[in-house]
Ligand binder design. Sequence first.
Ligand SMILES: *Cc1c(COP(=O)(O)O)cnc(C)c1O
Ligand SMILES: [Zn+2]
Length: 404
Amino acid sequence: MCHKTFAKELDYLTCPECGELGILDIKYDYEQMKQEVNQAYFQNNKEDSIWRYLPMLSVNEEFTKNTLRVGMTPLYKALNLGKILDMDHLYVKDEGVNPTQSLKDRASVIAVVKALEKNQKVIACSSTGNAASSLAGNAAKAGLETVIFVPKRAPLGKLAQLLVYGSTVIKVDGDYKAAFNLSKLAIDAFGWYNRNAAINPHLVEGKKTIALEIGEQLDFVSPDWVVVSVGDGCTIAGVYKGFYDLFMLGLIGKIPRLLGVQSEGCAPFYKAFLENKPLEPAEENTIADSIAVGIPRNPVKAIDAVNHSEGTWISVTDEQILQAMKLLGSTEGIFAEPAAAASLAGLVKARKENIIEKEATVVFISTGNGLKDTKNALDAIEEPVTLACDIDIFIEYMKKKKEK
Ligand SMILES: *Cc1c(COP(=O)(O)O)cnc(C)c1O
Ligand SMILES: [Zn+2]
């Protein structure tokens, strides 16, 4: 915000003058990085996790040896879905196959390494679900303790993950804001390592690896658009940073345009964009719990990411999210949680409004696995039929179904 630069030895997370919104951004010497990171570097690299990008990350390699295998998720060409949406070059990046089934693992594994670097034993965070369950799993692997503050409405699947991974879980009586505030007070009081997404610039570095992978998977030809669902804004900021790095290294020719997708029930970024006004706190009124963030913690980087990429914002209803969830599952075999299906819902809308054209190469990110939240998924589909154990009745049923 003030464009000051600080030495890395100071180890600041936010700018001392700008305060909490002044989240630092990690700067690299790209001329130096170029010496090591080039096309040949990737061709000869057998590492099957985000650690294949070590020279592009702000971690100490020594502490990366005992982690879950994060990243290197598939980028599928979505042929069936492409036909339905009348798109020639559509791809989906399936983040639901990460170790704890969401994109958050890219940030959490970095948080764990940072805590190890500092010889900290306990990591804490507040989360609507995935950041927490992801931190819990990644910390367990590294032998660290976790204390997690969750809002009352965290979905059961994510809560179950936390408890199985052995976290100390505090359900805060209130929304995400309340959970965030208590975690902050607790971290200050106990001196734990802070994994709260926005505040920690190293975590955006972890999230940027998704863009590095997309770059590699498309043979360093940038897509025209990347579609990302947005809550705090760290993910879309990370996607931008990854493409920015590749661009600065001369590995890609352009940075893709970013489409930020929000849920209508909680759309502070979209509203601010639409009305050309500063962000205002929003209600958190959506089934897409992972993007139900009324006061986004990384607004500056998220807005910059969309602006600098010449992208735009869109919002979708819960109904459209549920339709997209069913569409993605039935056409591409990917079961997405609501916040993940939101990106497809945004793409569907952007196609209808012709914001995104038929010929464009488009990647949408499915950020998390649907098994985390089966309650909402069951609202997206019809109840199955119940039949007697009788083949004639079954044949009759199939006949009728065909006629329909
Ligand atoms: C966290 C999350 C997002 C959004 O990321 P932000 O950094 O909060 O914008 C989207 N989808 C899923 C599944 C998530 O867990
Ligand atoms: Zn500043």
